[in-house]
Design a protein around this ligand. Structure first.
Ligand code: FE2
Length: 186
């Protein structure tokens, strides 16, 4: 079976004529990011002597490519639509502001993680494995919490609130993000 880290999680969005519900694509992408968190946690558990360099390189590549894409899909695509369609009781402006704040923290933590992940991927000695393991687990803990909250609360609400024309807009935005992808800088 192909390693999920080697795949593009929502490659079907590259096909402009395909019939993809963008909310289902985001959910698929969330699941992929949960898998990345599991992989980072395994690296933390394997420090310092059982490192799989190949897996570390794939994790670094995946974070560089997929994390900014997730944030762009939501902050430029999903969040403005949810803000427009939500009801006052949804308290959406406050929630979206908090999620965007979490994205900024996750990006900063992921950028800090890239350098050590790439270093151990190229066989460099791990000087302080306990500290590195703590850093990896901290990222996983906060990022996983963010993803689960979006999976369990935000996406079900989006399915209820967004109109069919919103889904068309969101899909186009997500396709555009894949044509000119941003990259996370470590
Ligand atoms: Fe998010």
């Amino acid at each position: 079976m192909k390693n999920p880290l080697d795949t593009e999680p929502i490659s079907d969005l590259r096909n402009r004529s395909g019939n993809v519900n963008p909310l289902n694509a985001i959910r698929k992408n969330h699941r992929f990011h949960i898998y990345v968190c599991d992989a980072i946690e395994e690296v933390a558990n394997d420090l310092p002597d059982r490192i799989d360099p190949d897996r570390c390189m794939r994790i670094a590549d995946t974070l560089t490519r997929e994390l900014p894409m997730h944030h762009a899909d939501e902050e430029q695509g999903l969040f403005p639509l949810l803000k427009k369609r939500s009801l006052p009781d949804d308290r959406m402006p406050n929630i979206l502001q908090e999620l965007a704040r979490q994205h900024a923290i996750d990006s900063d933590q992921a950028a800090e993680l890239l350098d050590p992940m790439s270093r151990i991927a190229t066989g460099k000695t791990v000087k302080n494995p306990d500290m590195l393991g703590y850093m990896f687990r901290s990222f996983v803990e906060t990022y996983r919490r963010h993803l689960i909250w979006e999976i369990e609360f935000l996406l079900p609400l989006a399915h209820k609130r967004l109109y069919s024309e919103d889904l068309v807009d969101l899909k186009i935005q997500m396709m555009n993000h894949r044509e000119k992808p941003a990259k996370l800088m470590g």
